[in-house]
Design a binder for this molecule. Structure first.
Ligand SMILES: NC(=O)c1ccc[n+]([C@@H]2O[C@H](COP(=O)([O-])OP(=O)(O)OC[C@H]3O[C@@H](n4cnc5c(N)ncnc54)[C@H](O)[C@@H]3O)[C@@H](O)[C@H]2O)c1
Length: 342
């Protein structure tokens, strides 16, 4: 009675190996498009963030008429120095009608998957159709997910990559060496970016860093700015923004956390061309001409977590994966809570 499904990291790994990673990403892309298309049906708020020494702790709630979800996520860029991940997350799905929680899940892998799938959607809507060279700056935990998802929407022939950490580049190369594209290890970010059609930045540093310089960005390029996602943490040289068409997921959150935090709010309103849902529904076009520079200024929003939790719920039922546990009291008489203890 009212048992909750627990999706551990092991259960999620099993679920994705049953379904296949590529099929999961494709289904997730469809689910995200479906949910972004009903943007107005969601009750949304910019996520509350607590800034602590060395990082940030965030809570990401959202609901529609049927389900409420939230994710707890952090970002501690120095964690790898003590052999811990920079970003970890857990999340919950509840029924709206009774408020009862029904699923609790690992969300570290789910965060990487939903970020990659949303980035693929933005890339598909904004990058030139003939884009074939992808540049990845920052080859940490998110990087292979982003690369695989972008390859689902464009015929990528070459991936140029750079990280300040040689070992992170070794890992990226090992994980992707059997891919159908050519892998080019670069000596610096400039080499990785020059000549690329799509640039994806996913570095972690809690500061305003010019990971990409304005001079390196040529007309026609699409940029996915993924790593700048909290107050005081951005990746693009500021002057790139004024030359570019900028699309965000959710303006009210992005103006606090995204690359556009470097404008004041009024300037940002003028500068931002659209929210992603407007491109998905076709209300606005992603790219007008081959010379436009486009930026997807992503910070990650609760709707993306909602979509992936609902997809995991459906697949966990299909494959009978996950453990059922009582995390709410299984009572015959709902007023007799003390009976659990006496
Ligand atoms: N927008 C979103 O939805 C979203 C989702 C998940 C993570 N993120 C952000 O993406 C970033 C990457 O996350 P991760 O889990 O891969 O972290 P990670 O620590 O595993 O990887 C980050 C990598 O960036 C490298 N790096 C740092 N500064 C660099 C620079 N100037 N040039 C090149 N490389 C540099 C580091 O050496 C590291 O290998 C984080 O900032 C995280 O907050 C955003």
């Amino acid at each position: 009675m009212n048992k909750m499904k627990i999706i551990s990291t092991e259960a999620l790994t099993e679920l994705i190996s049953h379904h296949s990673l590529e099929r999961f990403l494709r289904d997730l892309i469809d689910k995200l498009k479906e949910d972004f298309s009903r943007w107005q049906e969601f009750n949304k708020i910019p996520r509350p963030a607590m800034h602590v020494s060395g990082g940030v702790l965030e809570l990401m709630p959202i609901c529609d008429k049927d389900y409420y979800t939230f994710k707890y996520v952090n970002c501690h860029p120095k964690n790898p120095e003590i052999n811990l991940m920079t970003v970890v997350a857990t999340g919950q799905l509840s029924r709206v009608d009774t408020g009862y929680p029904i699923m609790f899940s690992e969300m570290t892998i789910l965060t990487a998957l939903r970020t990659a799938a949303a980035t693929a959607i933005a890339t598909d809507l904004m990058a030139r159709k003939n884009s074939s060279i992808l540049s990845i700056i920052g080859t940490g935990a998110q990087s292979e997910f982003l690369t695989k998802a972008i390859c689902l929407v464009r015929e990528i022939k070459e991936v140029r990559y750079f990280d300040i950490d040689d070992k992170a580049m070794d890992k990226f190369n090992t994980n992707l060496k059997d891919s159908p594209f050519k892998l080019v290890r670069c000596a610096d970010a400039k080499e990785a970016v020059l000549g690329a059609d799509i640039i994806t930045t996913c570095t972690a540093c809690k500061a305003h860093v010019d990971v990409i310089k304005n001079d390196w960005v040529k007309p026609g390029v699409h940029i996915n700015a993924i790593g700048g996602d909290t107050v005081g943490k951005t990746e693009l040289e500021f002057s790139i923004l004024s030359r570019s068409k900028i699309v965000v997921e959710y303006f009210d959150q992005c103006v606090i956390e995204g690359e556009i935090q470097r404008f004041n709010k009024e300037e940002a309103k003028d500068k931002v061309y659209a929210e992603l849902h407007e491109l998905i529904t076709g209300t606005k076009s992603g790219r007008d001409g081959d010379d436009e520079i486009t930026i997807y200024d992503a910070v990650g929003i609760a709707l993306e977590d909602y979509s992936i939790l609902l997809l995991v719920k459906e697949l966990s039922e299909r494959y009978n994966i996950g453990q059922e546990l009582n995390l709410t009291p299984p009572l015959n008489n709902p007023k007799n809570l003390i009976s659990m203890l006496i």
